[in-house]
Design a binder for this molecule. Structure first.
Ligand SMILES: [Fe+2]
Ligand SMILES: [Fe+2]
Length: 317
C-alpha cells in the first residue's frame, strides 16, 4: 500500500527541571497509566458478517437513500453503501492512528516541560494499540480495506512537516483527534457489528484523554501570540477543515461502488443527511477550538461557509 516520508527539522528539547509544575497534565498522565488495556481484552469471537443485509435505516436515512444515486439500484445498494462507509471509516481511522502514534512521539521530543513529555509517551502507547486493534479488525473481517484518502494524506503531510510544536499539536490533537472521537461516538449508529462498536468504545476513552491533553497544552497560548502568528494557526484550521469536508464527500466510496464521481459527490455535498453527518463528525473539533481560544470570528465564518458548523446563539451544535 506504499509509504509516506515527510522531511522535517524540529528542535528537540530536554529539561533539567524535574519539579512538577502542571498538576492537570500530571493527573492526566496518572490516569493514562491506570486506563491501559490490551487488544486481547476485546472479545474477538463477536461475529462480523461483512456485507450482510442490514436492518432498516432511520426514516431520515431512507429519504437520503431515495434521493441518492444508489436509489435506482434498489435497497441492497444502500446496505452495500453502509458497509463500505464503515470499511472506509475504519481504514481512515487506522491510517490516522498511525500518524497519531508518530506525532505523539514527536511531542515527547519537542514539548517544553517534563509532564507533557510524560503524558505524550503514554499517548504513543495508546496510539500503537489503536493501530494494532484497527488493523486486526480490518485484516480479519474486511475483504477490501481502503488506502489512505488523498485529503487525509495532504493533511497529515502538512502537519508532520511543520517544525512548530504547537502547530503539530493543533493539527493532530485537535483537528484529527477530536474528529476521530466524534466518529467513534457515532459508531453505535453508523457501524453494523458489535465487534467494531466495542473496539470504538474502548478507543474513544483513550481519545478523550488525547483531546484533553491538546486543550491543556494549547489553551491560552494564542493570547500571547502576535496577530500574524495567530493568523497562521487560523489558516491551518481552515485548510484542515476544507480537507476534512472534501474527505467526507466520499469520493473513494463512490469510486468503489461505480457511481459516477460527480453524482456521488454532489449528493454528499448537498443532501441534508450528509451535511448533518459532517456537522456531527466535526462538532467536537468546534468545541475543542472554542476551548483553546481559536474559534475566532474568522474561523467561525470559514467553518460556517464550509457547512461544518452552525451557530445557534453562539453555541456549536
Ligand atoms: Fe488513537
Ligand atoms: Fe489519539
Amino acid at each position: 500500500m506504499g509509504e509516506l516520508t515527510v522531511g522535517s527539522s524540529v528542535g528537540v528539547r530536554l529539561t533539567w527541571d524535574y519539579e512538577p509544575t502542571d498538576s492537570r497534565t500530571g493527573a492526566l498522565y496518572q490516569r493514562a497509566k491506570q486506563m491501559q488495556w490490551s487488544v486481547d481484552d476485546v472479545d474477538w469471537r463477536l461475529p462480523v458478517e461483512f456485507g450482510s443485509p442490514l436492518p432498516d435505516d432511520s426514516a431520515f436515512a431512507m429519504t437520503a437513500f431515495a434521493a441518492s444515486p444508489l436509489a435506482r439500484r434498489g435497497r441492497p445498494a444502500w446496505d452495500a453503501f453502509r458497509w463500505e462507509l464503515q470499511a472506509w471509516m475504519v481504514s481512515q481511522f487506522l491510517h490516522g492512528e498511525q500518524a497519531a502514534m508518530v506525532v505523539a512521539s514527536r511531542l515527547v521530543e519537542v514539548m517544553p516541560d517534563l509532564e507533557s513529555k510524560f503524558y505524550a509517551t503514554t499517548q504513543a502507547v495508546d496510539e500503537a494499540r489503536h493501530v494494532e486493534v484497527f488493523s486486526r479488525y480490518l485484516r480479519t473481517h474486511v475483504p477490501h480495506p481502503y488506502p489512505v484518502s488523498e485529503p487525509l494524506l495532504l493533511m497529515l503531510t502538512d502537519i508532520l512537516g511543520d517544525p512548530r510544536w504547537d502547530v503539530v499539536a493543533l493539527g493532530m490533537q485537535i483537528m484529527v483527534e477530536a474528529l476521530a472521537m466524534a466518529a467513534f461516538r457515532l459508531a453505535g449508529n453508523t457501524f453494523h457489528d458489535d465487534l467494531i462498536k466495542r473496539i470504538t468504545t474502548l478507543v474513544a476513552r483513550d481519545e478523550a484523554r488525547h483531546v484533553s491533553f491538546g486543550v491543556l497544552a494549547l489553551g491560552g497560548l494564542y493570547d500571547s501570540m502576535t496577530s500574524a502568528e495567530r493568523a497562521e494557526r487560523e489558516d491551518l484550521v481552515l485548510e484542515s477543515a476544507a480537507l476534512i469536508r472534501r474527505r467526507f464527500l466520499l469520493a473513494d466510496i463512490w469510486d468503489r461502488l461505480e457511481v459516477p464521481l460527480r453524482e456521488g459527490t454532489d449528493f454528499a455535498a448537498h443532501h441534508e443527511l450528509m451535511i448533518a453527518y459532517r456537522q456531527a463528525i466535526f462538532s467536537r473539533v468546534g468545541n475543542a477550538l472554542g476551548q483553546i481560544g481559536l474559534l475566532t470570528p474568522r474561523v467561525r465564518t470559514g467553518l460556517e461557509r464550509l457547512d461544518l458548523i452552525r451557530f445557534t446563539e453562539g453555541a456549536t451544535r
